[in-house]
Unconditional design. Sequence first.
Length: 157
Amino acid sequence: MGSEQTAATPSTWCPSGEARAPESVVLGVRSAADGRVTYLADPVPAAEVLGSIPEGIEPTRVLRFASHCVSSCVNRRGDDCALVERVLALPAAPEARAVPRCHLRSQCQWWQQTGVDACHRCPAVTTATFQEDELATLVADPSTTPEQLAAWIAASA
């Protein structure tokens, strides 16, 4: 998603958005302990924080960003987001968790498309993938199907 692209629905936001999109906001901060996102109570414009991240640190390694959901995104399939479908193919955490508080929810593409199921998995989503994390790489790859993810998970069990 680049800033030159148009929004699919101007009021719909991607919770795994581009850090440098003009409208981008910080959705949350990634925990050093387990990588899960702790959501901010209020949005902070990404432009206000990007300059404070030390050189050499990828912003998505420490922060999660939200930006407009755009029709030209590689994860877009019609009006739907295929990324959230891949995220939902992952097993849910075994313990029941409360739905995290999130300022984006009313405008979130994932919420509008799949409801609370996406909210339960959203804190674990990372926008920075690393080659040594094969599962995260598969989830991030737009060509991966939910069926391929299920097969990988079954083979890894």
